[in-house]
Design a binder for this molecule. Structure first.
Ligand SMILES: C[S@@+](CC[C@H](N)C(=O)[O-])C[C@H]1O[C@@H](n2cnc3c(N)ncnc32)[C@H](O)[C@@H]1O
Length: 221
């Protein structure tokens, strides 16, 4: 299937940096982005197979996604990111580890989710989304009631949304946005996580922040 550039369709505004200094290895990897690039629409078409599907929004340097994809070759794994050096870093990990079940959306996460068929995704990850601590910037946060509504449409019944944050005030907003929704059951989870520690998580821990992780399951109707 021919892949179109995902930023060729109208997207929501993002307030984070897209471009920054890339390492030589990341720049070289970005030259091969077309091999990974996923356009809006059907995930099974893009992978050439029907399989359980993970979508991670804001994968950063992609270590958690690469680890999951490597451990679960029978899953279709989609990473959505706007930060070009991070995209290059994920491509490098896929190539170094012979990971073949990853595709990349070079674009805005909520816009991409909206492009998907309803009831089509098994698992969505949002790990350490930008906290936007200042009150005047809260409207820039990714996880909102609107986000919860779109996730509820796109997850399959019993599909799962995992969100983690090291910013307590954001954790409260996440609980409100998802907890108030009739579409989900679940909430904050305690204990060890089934994913690896991400770069931003490690940073938060170094700064002495508590990590809150939420798992919401879409109720079958
Ligand atoms: C704080 S970092 C966390 C990265 C990674 N998940 C981690 O835990 O190390 C948030 C990431 O989300 C990306 N991001 C922010 N808003 C986004 C959006 N609307 N769509 C896609 N990516 C987004 C940023 O570029 C950044 O890489």
């Amino acid at each position: 299937m021919k892949q179109a550039k995902s930023d060729s369709y109208p997207q929501r505004r993002v307030y984070v940096r897209r471009r920054s200094r890339t390492t030589v290895a990341q720049a070289r990897a970005l030259e091969r982005l077309d091999e990974y690039l996923l356009s809006p629409g059907s995930i099974p078409d893009a992978f050439g197979r029907t399989a359980p599907c993970l979508v991670e929004i804001g994968f950063g340097n992609g270590t958690a996604l690469a680890e999951f994809a490597s451990a679960n070759p029978d899953w279709n794994c989609v990473g959505v990111e706007v930060f070009r050096p991070g995209i290059g870093a994920l491509i490098n990990q896929c190539e170094q580890r012979d990971i073949e079940n990853v595709r990349i959306v070079d674009g805005e996460g909520l816009t991409y989710l909206e492009s998907l068929s309803d009831n089509s995704v098994d698992l969505i990850w949002v790990l350490f989304p930008d906290p936007w601590p200042k009150a005047r910037h809260h409207k820039r946060r990714l996880v909102t009631r609107e986000f919860a509504e779109v996730v509820a449409q796109k997850l399959k019944d019993e599909g799962q949304l995992t969100i983690a944050t090291d910013w307590d005030p954001y954790a409260e907003d996440i609980e409100e946005a998802l907890g108030d929704s009739q579409s989900f059951k679940g909430g904050m989870v305690k204990g060890t996580s089934d994913r690896i520690t991400t770069k931003y998580e490690a940073r938060g821990i170094r700064l002495g922040h508590d990590v809150s992780e939420f798992k919401y399951v879409k109720r079958a109707v």
